[in-house]
Design a protein. Structure first.
Length: 159
């Protein structure tokens, strides 16, 4: 390679724009792409400083429509390790006196209730939820005897 070719290649390499660094720096080994942190779940924010699970934790109250029945209940959601959350349903739910459901964070605003058996019953429950401002909208399916499926809708407000 000639000296002039080497100099030309060096000049081209020097003219390439430098990657923009994230300021403040990204936490949790999140990559910085074009000056923005690409936060892994459950983290979010400018530098991945917030835990998205926190927007779901706390006490929620509201109405439930389930199998033609409307009722009000209180629910408590708390964090666990990894991406898990847990929700305690205080009061009767399909024959279960009190229930704790496992919840998985899908993205900063959506959760999944993976299939699980309700305590003291032969029923399975699964579903999805979405957090909108101070509301949590849940849609659960309860499946049991004779493959009957009920769909339950919950509209909850954070207390």
């Amino acid at each position: 390679m000639s000296l002039s070719m080497a100099l030309l290649m060096g000049m081209i390499a020097c003219q390439r724009p430098a990657e923009r660094a994230c300021n403040p720096p990204c936490r949790y080994d999140a990559p910085c792409i074009d000056g923005a942190c690409q936060c892994p779940l459950p983290f979010e924010g400018t530098s991945c400083e917030s835990d998205a699970r926190d927007r779901f934790t706390g006490t929620w109250e509201g109405r439930r429509r389930c199998g033609g029945i409307r009722s009000g209940l209180r629910y408590t959601i708390w964090r666990h390790d990894s991406l898990l959350l847990f929700m305690n349903i205080a009061g009767s739910f399909y024959g279960s006196a009190e229930e704790t459901l496992q919840i998985r964070l899908l993205d900063p605003y959506q959760i999944q209730i993976p299939p699980q058996i309700l305590r003291d019953t032969p029923l399975y429950v699964s579903g999805y939820g979405e957090q909108r401002r101070d509301s949590l909208i849940l849609r659960l399916q309860v499946q049991g005897g004779a493959n009957r499926i009920d769909t339950c809708y919950w509209d909850l407000k954070k207390r």
